[in-house]
Design a binder for this molecule. Structure first.
Ligand code: 5GP
Length: 145
């Protein structure tokens, strides 16, 4: 899908937000949801989405949505840093299929990085759900109020 097009109410993240598909959640409020990427590029890879916006990408998004999302990305990154003690953190966001986007509901990736550990490939290799649950619990426990 290019940058143009209609929002698909049946995309995977819409289903997760509605509760029609399971996900390992880290935290959520009435506006945003942070959950574990099931095909992680590193242990601890988290996705952050808006629960209310139908923006497919950054270009579609309302300024208010972006404000809430980037605040949620920072909050989650701080907790991830405290909990998993990575040497670095990558925050990425893809717009359109040629740019690497595969799910067309605006989202940010937060990927912890450790010295000497190569980055896994994008959207490959399914994680163990119990491992994801443990990581989510560790990150959630480190969230600031
Ligand atoms: P994109 O390629 O659109 O930037 O990122 C989509 C992300 O969603 C990928 O990193 C992929 O691993 C992740 N993903 C795809 N399907 C699912 C799913 O069913 N559950 C979860 N938790 N993540 C998914």
């Amino acid at each position: 899908m290019s940058l143009d097009g209609a929002y698909d109410d049946d995309n995977i993240f819409a289903k997760i937000i509605r509760g029609d598909m399971p996900a390992v959640k880290v935290w959520e409020d009435d506006q945003v949801l942070a959950f574990m990427d099931v095909f992680p590029q590193a242990r601890g890879h988290v996705l952050v989405v808006s629960k209310t916006s139908k923006a497919r990408n950054l270009l579609d998004a309302e300024a208010k949505t972006l404000g809430r999302l980037i605040g949620a990305v920072q909050k989650t990154s701080r907790a991830m840093s405290k909990a998993l003690k990575p040497d670095g953190l990558v925050v990425t966001q893809f717009n359109g299929a040629p740019a690497g986007q595969t799910v067309f509901h605006l989202h940010f990736h937060i990927i912890p990085r450790w010295d000497g550990v190569p980055l896994g490939r994008h959207a490959e290799g399914m994680a163990d759900v119990d491992d994801l649950k443990g990581l989510a619990a560790q990150i959630a426990a480190a969230l600031e109020a």
